[in-house]
Design a protein around this ligand. Structure first.
Ligand code: NAD
Length: 372
């Protein structure tokens, strides 16, 4: 009886009153992605490019849990970091690259995927170079600073016959999968009224406040999550038009060439509307979608790695034990490569979001309603 829920799962199923939990059982760490299967095929090798906080704190630990891929190498601008990572993760010297010799990765059969985890301005260059070296590519979000750059990344991967996906980890999170399910015909949706706010108080100087590297301010870094969730809540469609206002700056000396807070509205086909905010001067992490047949509310940690607080009009929602979103995301990409299946988070989806963000910036700059 492999699909019979345990007592705990059964009780939870009743509490939630939703079929979603049954699906979520297949996403649990123990069920997928975390325990190596007996006689499993070779795990694909991932090289993390850019060893900053996300690679260090989330992706490398997640790669210790993956079932279909593993941390096989690194690409870094710092020889000291390469040595440290080699010691910590037992990486052979031949799998350590710097930004200058990335092309040599073409000759390394142990590395199948290059995961680009640098500031957004550098995603296109590294993604294109990795593709030309014959490696599949994951680009972190936001995919690039412009639609033209996204198009160039997509073209390079297509020409090199490698796969390209974006680090949209939430597609593999059970709460966000439930949002997608509820937005579909078998759920409550599509939803018609959405709202969201994602922000944190930024203090120390970093690339996120530099337009040259980040492409923009909190809209690029955080607002993109609200945009993406709203598209899911609207039934998987992009908005037809946007309006936006940049809030007056409280710290203009710090946020010199990027917005500090953005308010924006998205109008979806069929009339659904999302009103949203993103900011580097207030803390927020919430999302809500309402429709004629019910609602779903991410009260806190809506876009976080863990501890998402969520309920629906049908009752509280709780998936237990927690999943590792990044492990599931990378395992799914490895499976796409091996099976030939298309990624659910391809470059085209990343590009769509950059198109929406560009329209929001244009709307803020012109004060006009901008058709996407
Ligand atoms: P970070 O500043 O901690 O790390 C950036 C890395 O890029 C560093 O190792 C840095 O040395 C390297 N780098 C290479 N060239 C650089 C340059 N010219 N200027 C600055 N750094 C340079 O940043 P991070 O938080 O790790 O973010 C990296 C990427 O990951 C960004 O695209 C970010 O949006 C994304 N990210 C995604 C998530 C997620 O949940 N999917 C979470 C955090 C960050």
């Amino acid at each position: 009886m492999p699909n019979t829920p345990s007592r705990r799962e059964f009780l939870h199923l009743i509490a939630v009153g939703s079929a979603a939990v049954v699906g979520a059982r297949f996403l649990r760490p123990g069920a997928f992605g975390q325990t190596p299967a007996q006689g499993a095929p070779r795990k694909l090798g991932v090289a993390l490019l850019g060893l900053g906080s996300y690679s260090t704190g989330e992706l490398a630990p997640a790669l210790q849990l993956t079932r279909r891929c593993r941390l096989a190498g690194v690409v870094t601008g710092s020889p000291g970091k390469a040595e440290k990572w080699a010691r910590r993760y037992n990486l052979p010297k031949k799998n350590l690259y710097d930004y200058g010799n990335l092309e040599q990765i073409a000759d390394n059969p142990e590395i199948d995927i290059v995961y680009v985890v640098t500031p957004p301005a550098l995603h296109p260059e590294f993604a294109i170079r990795a593709a030309k070296a014959g490696k599949h590519v994951i680009s972190e979000k936001p995919m690039a600073r412009s639609v033209a750059d996204c198009d160039a990344m997509i073209a390079a991967c297509r020409d090199a016959r490698v796969k390209l996906s974006v680090g949209y980890r939430l597609h593999f999170d059970p709460y966000h999968q439930e949002l997608m399910r509820l937005a579909g015909p078998a759920g409550m949706g599509p939803f018609t009224k959405m709202s969201g706010d994602f922000g944190f108080k930024m203090w120390g100087k970093q690339w996120r406040a530099e337009k040259r590297l980040a492409g923009g301010g909190p809209m690029m870094d955080l607002g993109i999550y609200v945009v993406h969730a709203a598209c899911l809540a609207a039934g998987g469609v992009a908005p037809v038009a946007v309006t936006a206002q940049e809030a007056p700056k409280k710290r203009p000396d710090f946020f010199k060439d990027v917005e500090e807070t953005m308010h924006w509205t998205m109008e979806f086909p069929g009339g659904a509307v999302c009103r949203a905010d993103s900011s580097y001067v207030h803390n927020a992490n919430r999302f809500r979608a309402d429709g004629p047949h019910g609602w779903i509310e991410f009260r806190d940690n809506a876009f976080a790695y863990r501890d998402i607080e969520c309920r629906t009009s049908r009752g509280p929602l709780e998936f237990d034990p927690p999943v590792n979103q990044q492990a599931l995301q990378m395992d799914d990409f490895a499976d796409c490569i091996v099976s030939g299946r298309a990624s659910p988070v391809p470059g085209e989806l990343g590009c769509r979001d950059i198109r929406i963000l560009s329209a929001i910036y244009e709307a803020a700059a012109t004060g006009q309603r901008v058709v996407v």
